[in-house]
Write a new protein. Structure first.
Lengths: 41, 510
């Protein structure tokens, strides 16, 4: 494979799979934060 | 009726169902070709842009409509505005049409899972598919039933109706908890095997080699928006229906990001697996990769069987994995498509779920038999093309324009999403839905209209196109309008609900 193909393949993987990982991490972190900051029921 | 409304058991259950709906046959057989045909690696730039400016914003919009108004698409849109109900019915009828032929493709995949065991297509996969298996007759002719299609079709419908009959939590959620992890596991095995084949690097080179000169080409951007729009199950009632079963505190924006990126992640995985296998095929044939590239039915039922036949070792097992994945991806999508009109019928006609499943699901199963005939594939091809271009794309455009410009509901829906979510929607969401999405969808629709009018689709007879193509697309709109004129049962509340959501404490803006 050429260097340019490898670079765009890595870019696609990082952007898309990284985007998924970041979405999950961000959502879970904020969910936990809002749960711990909520007043006790 | 609202007090008894079902809810997803868990957030993961909803996400798996939403991803299961989005991840379908198009991810496997459409995305790799579209990416390769539109600049290769360079395609990822418009693709990601389209995901962030149309895909995820549209997902949030539909999640917000379903979650705020808590009904099927027609009921949610009726509660949004009394003159918007017909859009929901139009979407629901489009779903009915799609389900009727989508089940047949899943049935082909099920049959091919069985054929894989002995590589029944050995020698000439093209002749086997069109001749031995489908025994295709001329367009517009009946051609008699094909038992090889009819039997798996009955099985596909039996599984689908059992899942739907068990309900949202016990049926759809449970099924997706099995189907989606299994699909990902199977596909990972397929990809690992594909990238270790001789010539795989040539295929990956063809897919990822960027042609940056194409980045300024408007058609590439339209292709990227089209891929995002068609692959995310947006614009045709599914996401409105699914989000209406979310609990009150469902995180709409967070869920949309996860679902959108999950779908894109699977597409990328599919692209790698498919093009690595195509590279192997090109090497085995001794031809350039471009000559081995295909998409759609040709890729799945002709190119892949040839690839499977050429594989060293137990090639039948690879076929079982590949066609088994198609069945899993198709089933989870088919269930979501059917759920849209089952939910709508339950609410509009006050039917119990079981009755709605039998009437609507059984009705679709009966209609789908039309495609299990010798002339079925021609009808399927035309209906699929016209209902996608002038059904899904048209109703998606109408939905966005009506909500954003005529009813001016984007600020209300943004507030609703922000009240339920930790990730906050900013101005980008309103601009994406109010300007970018309508412009691109409008352009796409007009361009497709121009192309279709200039040249008869697939060089098929005009009369056949008029009935199976234009006729079916128009019928979906007319049926939608007629269904919206029927009154709702008294027990269904049609008033727009007051905002019940307590605002979440302010968090950082996304």
């Amino acid at each position: 494979m050429s260097t340019s193909a490898i670079v765009t393949m890595v870019f696609g993987m990082v952007a898309i799979w990284g985007g998924l990982a970041a979405s999950i991490a961000l959502t879970l972190r904020r969910s936990r934060a809002s749960r711990t900051s909520a007043p006790p029921r | 009726m609202d007090a008894q409304r079902e809810e997803w058991g868990t957030r993961l259950g909803f996400l798996l169902a939403a991803v299961g709906s989005a991840v379908g046959l198009g991810n496997i057989w459409r995305f790799p070709y579209v990416a390769w045909d539109n600049g290769g690696g360079a395609f990822f730039v418009p693709y990601l842009f389209a995901l962030l400016t149309a895909g995820i914003p549209l997902l949030v919009l539909e999640y917000s409509i379903g979650h705020r108004f808590r009904g099927s698409a027609p009921l949610s849109l009726r509660r949004l505005h009394r003159r918007a109900e017909w859009i929901g019915w139009w979407q629901v009828v489009v779903c009915f049409v799609i389900a009727s032929y989508y089940a047949v493709i899943v049935a082909w995949a099920a049959a091919y899972t069985w054929f894989s065991v002995g590589t029944a297509w050995e020698g000439d996969p093209n002749a086997f598919f069109f001749g031995d298996y489908l025994a295709v007759s001329d367009a517009g002719t009946f051609g008699g039933f094909r038992l090889g299609v009819l039997v798996p079709l009955v099985l596909v419908w039996a599984v689908t109706l059992v899942i739907l009959g068990a309900g949202v939590r016990r049926g759809i959620e449970r099924a997706n908890r099995v189907l989606i992890p299994l699909l990902v596991a199977l596909f990972l095995v397929i990809v690992v095997r594909a990238v270790t084949l001789e010539g795989a690097a040539l295929g990956l080179q063809a897919l990822f080699e960027p042609d940056w000169s194409r980045i300024g080409d408007a058609s590439v951007w339209v292709a990227a928006y089209g891929q995002i729009f068609f692959s995310l199950s947006i614009g045709f009632a599914i996401m409105i229906t699914y989000s209406s079963y979310l609990p009150r505190d469902g995180d709409l924006t967070g869920n949309a990001f996860i679902a959108g990126f999950s779908n894109a992640s699977f597409e990328l995985l599919a692209g790698i697996g498919v093009f690595a296998a195509i590279g192997f095929l090109a090497t085995a044939r001794g031809v350039p990769t471009e000559e081995a590239v295909s998409s759609g039915i040709g890729l799945a039922f002709i190119a892949f069987p040839e690839i499977i036949s050429q594989l060293p070792g137990p090639s039948g097992l690879y076929g079982v994995l590949f066609f088994g994945s198609l069945v899993l991806a198709g089933l989870s999508s088919l269930v979501s498509i059917c759920q849209t009109y089952i939910a709508a019928l339950q609410e509009k006609f006050g039917m119990h779920r079981e009755n709605a499943v039998v009437v609507a699901g059984g009705g679709t199963a009966l209609v789908s038999i039309v495609y299990a005939t010798g002339g079925g594939i021609n009808t399927l091809d035309v209906v699929d093309n016209f209902i996608n271009l002038f059904g899904i794309a048209a109703v998606g455009l109408v939905e966005v324009v009506v909500v954003a410009w005529l009813l001016r509901e984007l600020p209300t829906l943004r507030d609703h999403a922000n009240a339920t979510s930790d990730l906050r929607l900013g101005r980008w969401w309103v601009v994406s839905l109010g300007i970018v999405t309508p412009l691109v969808l409008g352009w796409m629709l007009l361009d497709n209209l121009r192309l279709t009018l200039a040249e008869p689709y697939g060089d098929l007879p005009q009369r056949f196109l008029l009935v199976s193509g234009w006729g079916v697309a128009a019928l979906a709109l007319v049926a939608g309008i007629l269904l919206s004129r029927r009154s709702w049962p008294e027990e269904v509340t049609l008033q727009r609900p007051a905002d019940p959501m307590p605002r979440r404490p302010e968090g950082p803006s996304s």
